[in-house]
Design a protein around this ligand. Structure first.
Ligand code: SF4
Length: 202
């Protein structure tokens, strides 16, 4: 499958998920605290390269894929390369600098669920939401038990691997996922013509 087809398939998956999340948010009133970027600062954010293929392709079209790959190769911090803290002193406040192209994990976290060992749905969300929106969080957990639809992590990761098993099934630290996604796009176009209408990519 070409990179363009993969990008379109991943974007189509995201479009459906975004709608499901919007419905879930409106029914539960759960929401991220404005300006909070705490979950992006965790060193243990893991992702698959495929979920960042649209991000990597966009960088390629803008001509910044190769330089971003260089930055990632020399990066020592495990914090997501795309994360932009508000200030050096308060790294927990900030934002995703490429929100439109964020990965699957970034979309699911907070508004997606996992099944526990008893088969019950558990919302995978952060401590801040659990503590500051405790009532809504408990109500959401109850509503899920009673049948409220919630996107499920494993279902979405399965759908992702159906697009490209190798790139979708590899779960690695987020910066490695970004790196592999960029390498994949750059290698694909190394000996192929650039996408139509683009001359100076990479
Ligand atoms: S891609 Fe954006 S939303 Fe996802 S972890 Fe990185 S900074 Fe956070």
């Amino acid at each position: 499958m070409s990179i363009l087809k993969k990008v379109r398939s991943v974007n189509a998956l995201y479009a459906g998920l975004d709608k499901e999340i919007a419905i879930f948010q409106s029914k539960t009133s759960l929401h991220c605290k404005a300006g909070c970027g705490k979950c992006c600062t965790h060193a243990e954010v893991d992702a698959s390269p495929l979920e960042f293929i649209p991000w990597a392709f966009n960088l390629f079209l803008n001509g910044t894929a190769a330089t971003t790959l260089d930055e990632l190769n020399s990066k020592e911090s495990a914090i997501c390369h795309i994360y932009e803290p508000l200030s050096i002193v308060d790294s927990g406040s900030g934002k995703c600098s490429d929100y439109v192209y964020r990965g699957l994990i970034c979309r699911l976290f907070g508004y997606g669920a996992n099944r526990d060992k008893f088969g019950e749905m558990r919302l995978a969300t952060c401590k801040i939401i659990k503590e500051t929106q405790a009532e809504n969080f408990e109500a959401a957990q109850k509503a899920m038990k009673e049948g409220l639809y919630v996107p499920i992590f494993t279902d979405y990761y399965m759908k992702l691997s159906q697009i490209d098993f190798k790139l979708g099934n590899q779960i690695v630290p987020v910066n490695k996922a970004l790196k592999i996604a960029l390498e994949e796009v750059l290698q694909f176009y190394a000996y192929r013509p650039f996408p139509r209408g683009f001359k100076d990519c990479a």
